[in-house]
Ligand binder design. Structure first.
Ligand SMILES: [Zn+2]
Length: 231
């Protein structure tokens, strides 16, 4: 499975036959534009949204209007997307698992908020565990460090955890280390940092966090926008 960093909290998972995009934030993100990403060239089969905030759903209506794209989100966000012209929505809620052509999508808790850009209530924020090709990838959404991660580590141990590390609106890189321990996961992909001034991480703090991960045999990965890793 190939994972591409789309900037901010956005990633794309490519399996043999499917492209799963989570929380794309490309057209409003100057960093993504500078990296050469464009929404029109982004291929997507399933579009997963973790919560209703602008920096997670801004590009969703345009992608969701394409025939063949399935939007997966909590019920409230899914209905909002339907109202915005989404072709097909698959609403779900926390604790549920959807069977997809490439595997399974489980919705898990996140500690955050979820109001949509126009003020519509966006239900409760979520994370996802995507199971495909014998691997599990956890995208935490926007969240604080939470004991739910212990539950995920116990029952659905991820091979790769994609965690917010920008602090202020989510946990920071120090808490991400505790999350990795609770998740029993050795590889963490950093998300939700540097996009806006309040969540900019200085270089030294990134290096210190990476060193702390390395000290316990784990890896904290910062990718360039558009860069890929293999899970
Ligand atoms: Zn948010």
């Amino acid at each position: 499975m190939e994972i591409t960093y789309l900037g901010h909290a956005g990633i794309r998972l490519a399996t043999g036959n499917s492209r799963v995009v989570i929380d794309p934030f490309i057209s409003p993100n100057a960093h993504a534009e500078a990296a050469g990403l464009t929404l029109s060239r982004l291929e997507v089969d399933d579009l997963l949204l973790t919560h209703g905030h602008e920096d997670h759903v801004a590009d969703a209506p345009e992608l969701a209007a394409r025939p063949g794209v399935h939007v997966i989100a909590n019920y409230e966000v899914a209905m909002w997307m339907q109202g915005k012209g989404a072709h097909t929505v698959l609403p779900m809620n926390h604790g549920g698992v959807l069977q997809r052509p490439y595997g399974k999508v489980r919705m898990v808790n996140a500690v955050h908020s979820s109001t949509l850009p126009d003020g519509t209530p966006g239900g409760n924020p979520a994370g996802y565990i995507i199971e495909a090709e014998g691997l599990r990838v956890y995208h935490a959404g926007d969240t604080a460090l939470t004991m739910d991660m212990e539950l995920i580590g116990r029952y659905w141990t991820p091979d790769l955890a994609c965690l917010p590390v920008g602090d202020v609106f989510t946990m920071g890189p120090e808490d991400a280390l505790a999350a990795a321990q609770m998740l029993d996961c050795d590889r963490v992909l950093a998300l939700h940092y540097d996009t806006f001034p309040p969540i900019a991480l200085d270089h030294d703090r990134k290096l210190r966090a990476q060193a702390a991960f390395a000290e316990i045999g784990k890896e904290l990965i910062f990718l360039q926008i558009g860069e890929q890793i293999t899970a």
